[in-house]
Design a protein around this ligand. Structure first.
Ligand SMILES: *Cc1c(COP(=O)(O)O)cnc(C)c1O
Length: 621
């Protein structure tokens, strides 16, 4: 990996490295460190989630401008429209920012449940589209009718024939004896015979949970016609699956969708005017060119969509439909950065100061000590081999009882130090064997965050996220690193990966702070995150910029305190409170003033969140 942590691969020009820090590439270009410091100086410790509305705006505006460019280029007659699928991130600080930055785009929201529908109804500007997907009961369909009569531009997507029957029933109820009710627009979702690829591919395809088969499409068409609702049918919809790394399946799906659209239109669905291509636009999470996730650009994507629709419309002699997208990951992922302090390094015993050299040491150890002191660029490889060889010999001697535990410890420390020096000296030379021995000297960084809460897709799907320190970037990090979170679960570890290694700095956490940043965490991670071990959503802020270009911290929401976490689990707060107080009062060992003092401490702790303050005596993490 380059010393830039692959920022040119995943960073999309959103960040730049300036001197020794990584900075926001916007307005006054503040460093993530300055933002972090300004929040921590107000007393908020533990992990921090920073949200950047300007990055939401960038994604939305890029999406619209690329599609509108393609539409101009191909002289396409349909319009481009888009909605944000709420399931990707429903947090109010995100949704409010999204609505705020998207005003000029007529951008809407997509809901997949009743609660999401309430968010959509209350947050979508009147006139901007709302689409409603997923399983729906009668109540949910009623909510759509209510929204339509509030003046919303709302489309119910029919996922199955049963649902359509309920819609017909609700429509009859709403229109009984009155003529002024507005019926929502209707979309039909169909099952693709072509499927997506990758770990998220299940949402397209014949076996997918959602959508109508071709037989059902025809039946739905007949039912709508029979109930005089054909004029409400204006959209066909498919969704190929998330994180579509390869564009080939999309092209197949578009041909399929275009032909379904054309067929229904020719059959008599005269109001049909939009094709909704769902989500799936992929995000590049990789820090390595050799491990890229995405093989196309947004330009290619938009060109393909517009071109293929134009071709089909031409050959079938129909008007060119509006193109609708529901990409979520593409819009949300870059907007947030998780900052987490390193609490501890777990192999610091391999320090020169830990050596316990004797007056007289076994010859091989004396030799290791010489190798350590005289290793340089020209002899590094040879000395590396020698030291590994010596270590094998000394370990054998230990097993046979010829050297003692101190000798063995000295050996491990010296070889470790030699390997580290060799890695620095041989940097730039691509030496395969170095990768092999890095596992042995990897440093374990204990990081104040929960992977289950903040990177659930790492845990559940093996999805990698870009990780890097936010400072000290003027020096090359050389410690092969694995990361441990603070849960008691061994799955909360991001192991060292030889093929795609993460190197971090050698730091002394007793004397200096060290912060890691996890990028591209804005899509799916927050709401899928779980309170494993009762570590809850980290403290979050919205980072905005004032007229002068300086950053401002807004809308801080502190991570839940211990009592509220337990309250959320349906523990009785009052009971916990009384019980703690009672048990302290009843203590046989404490005096009254001591009890009062400890009660004060207890209340302080209960008012704080679960993340660790520090595990060092000296500093506060
Ligand atoms: C999840 C989902 C999306 C969003 O997918 P992304 O991969 O996040 O773009 C869009 N449409 C539907 C129907 C979905 O279920």
């Amino acid at each position: 990996m380059s010393s830039q942590f692959g920022i040119d691969i995943w960073g999309d020009d959103n960040f730049i490295i300036k001197n020794d820090t990584i900075n926001i590439n916007y307005k006054s270009q503040p460093s993530l460190l300055a933002i972090t410091d300004s929040i921590r100086s107000k007393g908020y410790k533990g992990p921090l989630l920073l949200r950047f509305p300007h990055l939401i705006k960038k994604q939305i505006s890029t999406l619209y401008s690329e599609f509108n460019r393609a539409i101009d280029e191909f002289a396409y007659q349909g319009k481009f429209q888009a909605v944000f699928p709420l399931k990707v991130n429903q947090f109010p600080n995100f949704v409010n920012s999204l609505v705020d930055v998207s005003k000029e785009f007529n951008y809407g929201l997509e809901a997949g449940s009743k609660a999401e529908l309430i968010i959509a109804i209350t947050h979508t500007p009147l006139g901007s589209p709302i689409t409603v997907n997923g399983f729906k009961d009668k109540e949910m369909i009623c909510l759509c009718f209510i929204a339509a009569n509030m003046g919303h531009n709302i489309t119910i997507t029919i996922e199955g024939l049963g649902e359509l029957e309920t819609i017909l029933a609700v429509n009859d109820e709403f229109n009984k004896g009155v003529t002024n009710h507005i019926t929502p627009k209707i979309g039909l979702r169909f099952r693709l015979h072509s499927t997506g690829i990758g770990i998220w591919a299940k949402s397209g395809g014949y076996t997918s949970k959602f959508g109508l088969t071709s037989t059902e499409l025809l039946e739905a068409y007949e039912m709508l016609k029979e109930h005089a609702l054909l004029e409400k049918l204006w959209m066909v919809h498919f969704h190929i699956g998330s994180q579509m790394g390869d564009i080939a399946p999309l092209k197949k799906a578009l041909r399929e969708a275009g032909n379904i659209f054309a067929d229904l239109k020719k059959r008599g669905a005269s109001s049909l005017n939009a094709i909704n291509i769902g989500g799936g636009l992929a995000v590049e999470y990789s820090q390595y060119a050799s491990q890229k996730n995405v093989n196309y650009s947004l330009k290619e994507f938009s060109n393909d969509v517009v071109f293929l629709m134009k071709e089909i419309a031409k050959s079938k002699e129909i008007t060119e439909p509006d193109i609708f997208t529901e990409s979520g990951r593409f819009i949300a992922s870059s907007h947030s950065v998780l900052i987490a302090p390193v609490l501890e390094l777990f192999s610091q015993e391999y320090h020169e100061k830990s050596l316990r050299l004797k007056e007289k040491n076994p010859p091989l150890i004396e030799e290791l000590f010489d190798l350590f002191n005289s290793i340089n660029t020209s002899n590094a490889r040879e000395y590396l081999h020698d030291s590994l060889d010596h270590m094998e010999s000394i370990l054998t001697l230990f097993d046979l009882g010829y050297v003692d535990l101190e000798d063995r410890s000295n050996t491990e420390i010296l070889v470790n130090l030699i390997v580290k020096k060799a890695i620095i000296l041989l940097q730039g030379e691509n030496i395969g064997e170095l990768h092999g021995i890095q596992d042995r000297i990897q440093e374990r960084y204990l990081v104040n965050f929960s992977a289950f809460q903040s990177l659930p897709d790492f845990w559940g799907l093996g999805q990698n996220f870009p990780i890097m320190p936010i400072h000290r970037l003027d020096t090359n990090p050389t410690n092969p690193a694995s990361l441990w979170d603070i849960t008691c679960d061994s799955d909360g570890e991001i192991p060292f990966d030889r093929k795609h290694p993460l190197y971090l700095h050698d730091i002394d956490v007793n004397t200096e702070e060290y912060f890691l940043a996890f990028f591209l965490t804005g899509a799916y991670q927050e709401v899928l995150g779980m309170n494993h071990n009762l570590f809850t959503h980290p403290t979050e802020v919205v980072v905005d910029f004032d007229a002068k270009g300086k950053f401002i911290i807004k809308d801080l929401i502190e991570s839940q305190n211990l009592m509220d976490v337990l309250d959320d689990m349906d523990y009785d707060k009052n009971f916990l409170d009384k019980k703690l107080k009672y048990m302290l009062e009843e203590s046989k060992s404490l005096s009254s003033p001591q009890k009062r003092e400890l009660l004060g401490k207890l209340y302080l702790y209960l008012s704080e969140n679960s993340y660790l303050k520090t595990i060092q005596a000296s500093n506060d993490m």
